[in-house]
Design a protein around this ligand. Sequence first.
Ligand SMILES: CC(C)(COP(=O)(O)OP(=O)(O)OC[C@H]1O[C@@H](n2cnc3c(N)ncnc32)[C@H](O)[C@@H]1OP(=O)(O)O)[C@@H](O)C(=O)NCCC(=O)NCCS
Length: 418
Amino acid sequence: MDYDFAILDLADDSDDASARRRGWVGAVLRGFRDPRPDDELIDRWVGHYREDRVTVRGAWLPAGEFGAGPMPVATYASLDKTLNAGRELLPLRMVTDVTTSAAHRRRGLLRRMIEDDLADAVEQGVPMAALTASEATIYGRWGFGPATFRHAVEVHTTPGFAFRDFTDAGRVELLEPIDAWPHVKAVFDAFHARQRGSVEWPTQYQDIHTGAYDFNGSGSHRKIRVALHLDQDGQVDGFAVFQHGEKDTVSVDEMAALTPQAQLGLWSFLAAIDRVKTVSFGLFHPDDPLMWALTDLNRVKTTELQEFLWLRVLDVPRALAARPWAADGALVLEVDDPLGHAAGRYEVVTRDGVAELVRTDADADVRLTSEMLGSLYLGGVPVLQLHRAGRVDGAPEAVRRFAAMADLSEPAYNLTGF
Ligand SMILES: CC(C)(COP(=O)(O)OP(=O)(O)OC[C@H]1O[C@@H](n2cnc3c(N)ncnc32)[C@H](O)[C@@H]1OP(=O)(O)O)[C@@H](O)C(=O)NCCC(=O)NCCS
C-alpha cells in the first residue's frame, strides 16, 4: 500500500489540519491502549507540542482507500532538548509517541519514520538521540542501547523504621502543586545541570506535576501532592511529587534532591506520614543514601530493575568529547552501524578526562555496535560486562584498557520518561 507519510504543520489552523491533529492524538492513544482523547486533552497536547517545536510525523491511508481519514495508521514524534553528557549539555533528539495501528503492523512504518528522523537529526547536527521504550526488543536494530536503568523500590516504614544518625537540619513544607511548581522546576533545572544522564523535561511536565491535567485520565489530577525540602537557610533544595494510594501507601511520582541531606530529609518526611506503611518510588537513584542511613537496610526492597533511557550516538567524535573519561589512554575503536551514522574506525585519545577522536584506517583494538556504544556512553554499563556477554569485541588487554578509560565511578541517572 502507498501510505501517505507527512509531517503535521502545528501552526496551520484550517479545519483539515485540526482534524488531522485530532486524529493523530487519537491514534497515539489508541496505540497505547488508552481511552479516546477529549477536547481539553487535544488542546493541551497540541499546545505543549507547539511550545516544544515537536516534529509530528504520521502515515495515513491514501485518499480513497477504505478506512482513509484524518486518523493516521502510524504515529511518531520527536523534539530537541538536552542530555547531560557529563562535560556539557548535549543537544538531544528525543523520540516519542511511536505507534502503529494493529492492522498495519510489521510493514515498515516505524522503520520509515525513525530512519527519516535520525537522518534529519544528523543533517541538523544533533549528535545524539534518545527514547524510553515500552519493549526492550524494538530499538537495538536502529542503534539505540539502554544506558540508564529504572530501579523501583518499596520502602517499609512500619514501626521500627529508623535512621542511624540523621536529623534534618532543614525542613519540609507541603505546598499546593501550582505554587510549588516554580521551586520544583528550579530544583529540577539545577539537578539536570549537574546529573550525568539527565534529560531535560518537555513542557508537558508542568501539567503533570501541577496536577493541572491528567494525561492518563481526563480533567485535573486532584491526588497530586508536592513536598519541598528547604535547607537550613530556607533555600529549596529538593522536592517530591507524590500521591496517597490504596491501603496506607504513598507512591512518589518524581523526586530530586540537590544534596544527600535533602534526599534523606524527603525520605524521612515521607516515612513519617501517619498511617503510611509503604512508600514506593520507581526511579531510585543508584547513589541514594537511604539504605546506608537506616538501621535496617532491608527496609528498602527492590521491586523492579529494568532499562530506562536508551541512547543512540549519531556523531561519535562530538558525543564522546562531551562525556568525561576516567583514565588517560589511547586505542582504535571500530563502530559497526547498519544506518551508517556512527560507523567507522576512530582513534580515541583520552587525557585529563577529555577525549579527542579522529578517524583512522589503523587496525581496531576494540569493536562494538552503535547499540553498545549507546549503552556504555554514560559510563554506567561496564565495558567488561558487555565483553563477557559477547557484545564488545577485542583482545582482553585492549578491552581492559578501554574499560579503564570508559567506565565511570559516579553513576549516570535519568529521571525523565517520554
Ligand atoms: C512498536 C511498533 C510501533 C512497531 O511498529 P511497526 O510499524 O510494526 O514496525 P516496523 O514494521 O517498522 O518494524 C521494523 C522492525 O522492527 C521489528 N519490530 C517492530 N516492533 C517490534 C516489537 N514490538 N518487538 C520486536 N521487534 C519489533 C520488526 O519485526 C521489524 O524488524 P526487521 O526489520 O528486523 O524485520 C508497534 O508494534 C506498536 O504500535 N506497538 C504498540 C505501542 C508501542 O509499544 N510503541 C512503542 C513505544 S516506545
